[in-house]
Design a binder for this molecule. Sequence first.
Ligand SMILES: Nc1ncnc2c1ncn2[C@@H]1O[C@H](COP(=O)(O)OP(=O)(O)O)[C@@H](O)[C@H]1O
Ligand SMILES: [Mg+2]
Ligand SMILES: [Zn+2]
Length: 451
Amino acid sequence: MFSVGHPAPADIKKDGSAFDLPIAMGILASTGQMHSIQHLKRFMLVGELGLDGGLRPVRGALSIAIAARDAGLAGLILPDENVAEAAVVEGVEVRGARTLLQVVRFLEGAGSLPAASVDREALFRTASTYDTDFADVRGQEHVKRALEVAAAGAHNILMVGPPGSGKTMLARRIPGILPPLTLEEALETTKIHSVAGLLGNGRSLVATRPFRAPHHTISDAGLIGGGSNPRPGEVSLAHHGVLFMDELPEFRRNVLEVLRQPLEDHEVCLARASISLTYPAKFMLAAAMNPCPCGHHGDAQRHCTCSPQAVQRYMARVSGPLLDRIDLHVEVPAVPFRELTDGRAGEPSEAIRERVRRAREVQLTRFAKRPDVHANAHMSPRDLHHFCRIGEAGDALLRTAIARLGFSARAYHRVLKIARTIADLEGAAEIGTAHVSEAIQYRSLDRGSAG
Ligand SMILES: Nc1ncnc2c1ncn2[C@@H]1O[C@H](COP(=O)(O)OP(=O)(O)O)[C@@H](O)[C@H]1O
Ligand SMILES: [Mg+2]
Ligand SMILES: [Zn+2]
């Protein structure tokens, strides 16, 4: 039979209705029902076909356009609804059609299908603003500072505080203080969202750092990806952005288990009988939890009704290997009503982002010869000796604190890493006592956990 189309990209399902259009065209061409087939080979065709000959949108238009470009084809023809998404890809002509007949006429050279044009830079500029700002958050200065430190070193962070203290509000604002997304990063993230079918409705480019907040009832497949036609999971949808896990202790054990691998490798490998895929998953983890089951342990304004054992059991749920991958812990107290209603605006996200950007630049220079390390959070214990020069006084303070607070060796490494980031925010080459003493505050859950 006459062969049409080209191998579809690996991350596109191959047995789907997206192949209605190429199959229909193949039949028309091979049974001599087309006047001319000379254009057919130059285009990749994709689309679901209705019984009335109308074309319906498909999932993954952006990845398909990338595949068409990489296959060296002149262009891609796909349903109108997918044009905006596919046209974001440079170097391939994208044409939209509404019906099978339009496609036939165009390929015969008898009709036209306009080529879409997109100004990617302009699209990127207009779409790359955030609709949340730290200026809206009253008080919580030390939490904002902790989030700035986390963003500056790409550290994962855990916020502990009672309901209503603003944990979700604060977390939502993290993407806006991370360094601006580059167009290249935007395209990587867009590709994943395209495969997951999350684009369309006027959204063709993910131009801001994603914020993903899966509910704690999520399955392991939902979190890291899966299914018979493996779909990207939340960790990949959060690529280059933030994964927010609210009520961390409520997530299923196995879900927290599978999270460890992407946290370590910054990608997910999904192996199925028929197909094996790797999706990128480089994200910053922000987690939140109550301090106890009732939520008010340590709250100055409300009374905690939990037994000490219940509090301990609750905290123990997040201990161990997962907590080990979270560099900063910060307590988020309830803000007194008076402070909430006082009109003073906080510092805008833009100002924080600028400090973060500068600190990241220092790190890019530091790790110029290490392609797998871009930020302080990614340093291995061996890197620490190499890159974390600490002054004598700072070192003495760190050792005393470690002994007194009962920190483990791992916690020691964490503190050193965070201190490095704090020094970078300040533009200091050497880690000093002020950096160490601030860093120690961000390890509150380690106290007394010697081992
Ligand atoms: N520091 C704050 N400044 C301004 N508004 C706040 C602050 N803390 C809480 N709020 C308000 O309270 C609401 C509930 O906060 P939320 O982030 O959902 O708390 P949590 O996630 O800790 O339960 C927010 O939507 C916001 O309107
Ligand atoms: Mg919340
Ligand atoms: Zn309680």
